[in-house]
Write a protein that binds this ligand. Structure first.
Ligand code: GTP
Length: 677
């Protein structure tokens, strides 16, 4: 165990985690150079195209410390290289072999949950900062999570190949202030050229402690869960069960043949091939027919030892039996006390905060669509789905997501990986709504709604169409946001207050006062955040403002429902919950936008916005201009006539389509446009 190091690389989006990991894979010869492709650990097509990491990827590397004066070289001013001596700590011997278990983690706030799971499986973190960008909002967020998880943190500045010396200096100063360390403890690296990466690996071995027998402390790793009561209890150390083999399931994937493949971090004992184990929480039994390491492909072996990470093919076909955060052990938990004693400090359950209803674009694809969703869920355990039906859109599913990007990615994956194009409703948050009190009952239907646990008369409203016309009280989810920006954009960013319900703003400088960089902290309702807040922030700060957020709780909201009617019929997918003060303005703006966005038909169409049953805005889409042929006069020429008939027939087809379904099948692009402020 003394020669194992478990660590993550964590950074703001695009600061170069995956590229740095590539160099580590090369240096440790985990991947042959000829098989190397950029951002090796981002294996999904979508990850590569968008250049973002969506799923965490664990990888095991075998590493030998460099021999002095041999493998390390520095660039001289004239472009030549000279050997550099590296003084290893006397405790380390360069003949030793080390096992480095690295987890490459996603950077975006939506995936904070993924990061928190990775953090619970390691002892250390490399906090990587792009020298040309400096510390960003996600750097701060990830640092906080790593600190809360009790990790040893190594600061590193990346992209030194392109940054100016001043930029490198400034980034080092920012990191040193953030971590409370001297600048000479921060490493300078380039993931691109590989410069400084050997030193960084040495620092991993020197500074990060070997695995400890029990997970660090009892503080659950940072997450975005906002109801403290739902935290998994971090049970006491198992008295008398110290000998039990125990491992934490920190991620999983699904394989058609081998069922759920659980990624585990062993905290005591050893896990072996052909042995029976038990899930502590679900009670499921597992016979290990396949066990091994992640390199990052699954490489079968005989066992996974204490302190190591690896995989177990469980053979279980029902993903509900393998819960991420559960403990797997050779001892079977019979009583609740056994469970408490055996369970390793768990993670929080991922809690969806953004809700969207999906429908197959072609209703006859429903069965395909259902299968695709089930498969998607297997590779992304944070998604929640339940059946949902809409009179006009037909049968579909209501999905719960960790954020807007998470939802967008799911929709895109459904389309390209499973070939099922989908129509979706507006993304919405979950409101906590009081529908009735002791004094009176709501007249609305409540039988299809989820009641709020222990609070009589309160319901969760996740789909705007279920929002009552006359709620007694409404609570909405709030986020705490942090924005990091160069000083000159402070004014424009603060002006966003005119468009969004930003409150409780504080500002402070980051790093040295001369750095001219400001950190803005504020509160913002989640529903405002998932409208186009991030796009707007990017545009007013010319791309320099970076954002991180965390859902922190519920606050009373002064909001109400606005419905849209097209041709006198409510379009449920266009119903939105808005702050009361904005409803009139949004009603007019939405009708005007829809007038431009919806296609013209052969007859006039009325678009209306209504609030509490009263129409408050209206626009009319004029009829499609008719092409009046003048061939009637002289008998006309036949080809022109044919052309017109064809055109009319096409128009009729379109009309029929719209009449039956598409009058309310709003293309996804329309939702996006409507949300823009
Ligand atoms: P996310 O997964 O989206 O959070 O990004 P990441 O942190 O994994 O960043 P990634 O490795 O994908 O790198 C982002 C971009 O920076 C890519 O275009 C890389 O080629 C580039 N890049 C990464 N490291 C370096 C470096 O050291 N020098 C230079 N010049 N470019 C780099």
């Amino acid at each position: 165990m003394q020669n194992i190091r478990n660590f993550v690389i964590t950074a703001h989006i695009d600061h170069g985690k995956s590229t740095l990991a590539d160099r580590m894979l090369e240096i440790t010869k985990t991947i042959e150079k000829r098989n190397m492709q950029a951002q090796f650990l981002d294996s999904m097509d979508l990850e590569r195209e968008r250049g973002i990491t969506i799923k965490m990827t664990p990888v095991r590397m075998v590493y030998h410390l460099p021999t002095k004066n041999l493998e390390l070289r520095t660039k001289n001013g004239d472009g030549t290289e000279s050997p550099k001596s590296l003084v290893l700590s006397p405790k380390l011997s360069n003949s030793d072999e080390y096992v480095l278990n690295l987890i490459d983690t996603p950077g975006h706030s939506d995936f904070g949950y993924e990061v928190s799971r990775a953090l619970a499986a390691v002892e250390g973190a490399i906090l990587l900062v792009d020298a040309t960008q400096g510390v960003q909002a996600q750097t701060l967020y990830n640092y906080e999570m790593a600190k809360r998880a009790g990790l040893t943190i190594i600061g590193a500045v990346n992209k030194v190949d392109v940054a100016t010396p001043e930029q490198v200096e400034q980034a080092m100063e920012e990191i040193s202030i953030l971590l409370g360390i001297e600048t000479n403890e921060i490493l300078k690296v380039s993931g691109k050229t590989g410069e400084g990466v050997p030193e960084l690996l040495v620092a991993v071995v020197e500074r990060i402690p070997p695995p400890s027998p029990f997970p660090k402390g009892s503080t659950p790793a940072g997450g975005r869960d906002f109801e403290s009561k739902s935290l998994t209890a971090s049970g006491p150390l198992p008295l008398g069960k110290g000998e039990a083999a125990r491992a934490l399931i920190f991620d999983s994937q699904y394989d058609e043949h081998r069922g759920v493949i659980a990624y585990i971090r062993v905290f005591s004992g050893e896990f072996k091939l052909n042995t029976t184990y038990h899930m502590v929480a679900t009670g499921a039994e597992v016979k290990t027919k396949d066990i091994g390491y992640l390199k990052p492909n699954l490489v079968p072996g005989q066992s996974i030892k204490n302190g190591e990470t690896g995989y177990i093919a469980t053979g279980i076909k029902d993903p509900g039996q393998v819960k991420i955060g559960d403990t797997i052990s050779d001892v079977r938990a019979v009583t609740a006390t056994d469970q408490l004693e055996l369970a390793l400090p768990g993670y929080r359950e991922p809690r969806p905060v953004v809700f969207v209803s999906f429908y197959p674009e072609h209703p006859e694809d429903y069965d395909e669509f259902k299968k695709a969703l089930a498969k998607l869920r297997l590779s992304d355990s944070a998604i929640r789905f339940e059946p949902d039906a809409s009179e006009v859109l037909g049968r579909g599913f209501k999905g719960g997501f960790l954020g807007k990007l998470h939802f967008e990615i799911a929709a895109e994956r459904l389309d390209r990986e499973f070939d099922v194009p989908v129509v979706s409703s507006f993304p919405s948050v979950a409101y906590k709504v009081q529908m009735f009190s002791d004094k009176g009952r709501s007249h609305e239907k409540t039988d299809n709604l989820d009641p709020v646990d222990g609070e009589n008369g309160w319901f969760w409203i996740k789909n705007p169409k279920d929002f009552p016309n006359d709620p007694l009280q409404v609570y909405e989810p709030m986020t705490r946001i942090e924005i990091l920006t160069p000083m000159q954009y402070l004014g424009p960013i603060l002006q966003l207050k005119d468009l969004y319900r930003i409150s409780g703003v504080t500002t402070e400088t980051i790093g040295a006062a001369s750095s001219g960089r400001m950190l803005i902290k504020a509160a913002l309702p989640l529903s405002d955040l998932i409208a186009d807040f991030d796009d707007k922030l990017k545009s007013v700060s010319q791309g320099y403002g970076s954002l991180s957020y965390e859902v922190v709780g519920y606050e009373k909201g002064d909001v109400d429902k606005m419905e849209i009617l097209v041709a006198e019929t409510v379009v449920p997918g266009l119903t939105r919950i808005l702050p009361k003060s904005e409803i009139e303005h949004e009603a007019r703006a939405t009708c005007a936008k829809l007038k431009d966005l919806l296609p013209k038909l052969q007859f006039k169409q009325a678009i209306q916005a209504s609030h509490r049953g009263r129409v408050i805005a209206r626009e009319t889409i004029p009829a499609e201009a008719k092409e009046l042929g003048n061939f009637g006069k002289n008998g006309g020429d036949r080809t022109r006539k044919m052309k017109l008939w064809k055109k009319q027939a096409r128009g009729k087809e379109r009309l029929e389509e719209r009449g039956t379904q598409s009058a309310v099948r709003i293309p996804a692009s329309v939702f996006k446009e409507l949300l823009k402020k």
